[in-house]
Design a protein around this ligand. Structure first.
Ligand code: ZN
Length: 157
């Protein structure tokens, strides 16, 4: 089973994710889409990859230009707050500056650190942005059969 089997995003959400990707360029950006079932809301998260790299370059050799990391505490606070407000997590997103919108091996490790996805029913959106211009957005979802993230259609509605 693949859940979700497609991802619907409004133009406002699409534009906000594009804006975040442009503002963070040439670094990767990251965030989440929350939904109350009627409307969606984009919540930006800090990409702490450069902080991790500065603290421990051996464990974190990559900088934010080619990697992202969400602060688990920030994510937890956002999800707690969302739940209190009747919102649910709809999707994660992050950008690939000057790279295509594929789900990388590192992305898979981050989303499923112990082989199983931390959020199995939540889509992962990847934004390809070249020279500050968003080229493509792709969505990926966990497939139980393939035990991997597979591409699912993303539609702007
Ligand atoms: Zn990635």
């Amino acid at each position: 089973m693949i859940k979700p089997n497609e991802v619907l995003v409004t133009s406002a959400t699409w534009d906000e994710i594009s804006r975040h990707s442009r503002e963070a360029f040439p670094d990767e950006c990251c965030g989440v889409i929350l939904t109350n079932g009627v409307s969606d809301q984009v919540q930006r998260l800090e990409n702490i990859q450069n902080k991790l790299h500065a603290l421990d370059p051996e464990t974190y050799p990559r900088t934010a230009v080619i990697a992202y990391a969400m602060d688990p505490k920030e994510l937890e606070a956002i999800l707690d707050n969302a739940q209190r407000g009747g919102n649910k997590l709809k999707a994660f997103y992050h950008s690939h500056p000057d790279h295509d919108a594929y789900f990388s091996a590192e992305d898979k490790v981050f989303a499923s650190p112990f082989g199983e996805p931390t959020f199995p029913n939540t889509a992962q959106i990847v934004v390809s942005i070249y020279h500050r211009e968003v080229k493509r957005m792709c969505a990926f979802a966990w497939s139980d059969e393939q035990e991997d993230f597979v591409e699912v259609p993303i539609k702007r509605v």
